[in-house]
Design a protein around this ligand. Sequence first.
Ligand code: ADP
Ligand code: ASP
Ligand code: MG
Length: 416
Amino acid sequence: MRGEKKPRLVMKFGGTSVADTTRLEGLVVRVRRELEAGYDVAVVVSAMAGETDRLVGLAEGAVRVMDGREYDTLLSTGEQVTASLLAMMLSDRGIPARSWLGWQIPLDTDGRHGRACIEKIGTEGIERRFSEEGMVAVCAGFQGVSDRGRVTTLGRGGSDITAVALSVALGAGRCDIYTDVKGFYTADPRIVPKARVIGEIGYEESLELASSGAKVLQVRSVEMAMRYGVKVRVLSSFEECGGTSLVGEGEGGARMEKQVVTGLAMSTKECRVTLAGVKDVPGVASEVFRPLADRMIDVDMIVQSVSKQDGKTNMTFSVQSEDVDEVEKMLIRDREKFPYEELSIDKGVVKISLVGLGMRSHAGVAQRMFEVLAEKGINILVISTSEIKVSVLIGEDYGELAMRSLHTAFGLDEGE
Ligand code: ADP
Ligand code: ASP
Ligand code: MG
């Protein structure tokens, strides 16, 4: 009977899962199954595989200075195509459905084009159609609307955060993220063939892995899921499997058998920046990093070492490749404020990270990591550690070898 409140479910499908109409046909089956199980369903879709990249390429090839407002309007069209097509197909197969673009929901964001943050989601319209018409809401992921009424986008991979935020706003009991692999793995299965699916993973560990390069979930979406305790599952849209559930610390049975290292990740988007011969006086680090922080540039690993000359220091840090040109310009511009002898930038590096809650109580993980890399003749350029993570920067040619060797050495290979 309509009018009664049913449990709610958000299902998100990524690019490969919506790549063509044959795949969309598979989604219709999955949505129908959940409706029959008694849920009101909101679906979040990405653009078809490769479409967002194609749109980025069009814009970059056409203009020198990008207008963020038009760029976001262009990029958001990918998700509009899939949302409307899927809504059409569902209705045609006897399932009442309506598409919702960001501004129609409305999903309100700030005005930071290209990486907007969600401020509020109005769910009244979707909820009314749930209760009055039993209608499936097919929402375009990755997009919102600013207070100036312009279309915004939420950063690459942003459909994940649309799904998590919508789950919070709708009070959904579950948020199922369907993708092209069978769940959250101990390492990217395309790099480490022996990687295995992690049945249950803590929010904190998944956040560390995602921010270290495991792109299966967008970092901000995990942050939000953790903050609101959203019951996220990562599932395959191609195979029936248990997938991965995100759980809070102490929740979930499988966590009792936890390994010291839960998983590893590689980030290929790193660059190493070194300022050699900087004057070693109080305040110099603040002078170097303040302008970067003001521009919201993320600086990850920082090492300060003694220079051969008295009163001088060397500073090495890593930044994302997309920011490195801007960082270089700023450091050259500010040379008068913190004189240095030489600036060098190395773009041929990757960052490998080991993550595990068990590291809190087990010493020696970093040491074992260094040993394994030494055995393979891999030189470590920069090291950083936190409570549950150890990261190293190494030459990009050694990235895959390091991932596979570490995966084996920490007992993570399938079948062990
Ligand atoms: P979608 O389009 O569904 O959002 P993504 O391409 O964003 O999918 O994310 C899925 C991809 O993430 C996988 O194909 C896989 O290669 C990669 N990946 C990286 N690290 C991991 C990991 N630890 N577990 C699973 N997949 C991972
Ligand atoms: N289509 C967007 C992207 O490729 C958002 C997403 O797929 O999550 O980044
Ligand atoms: Mg993704």
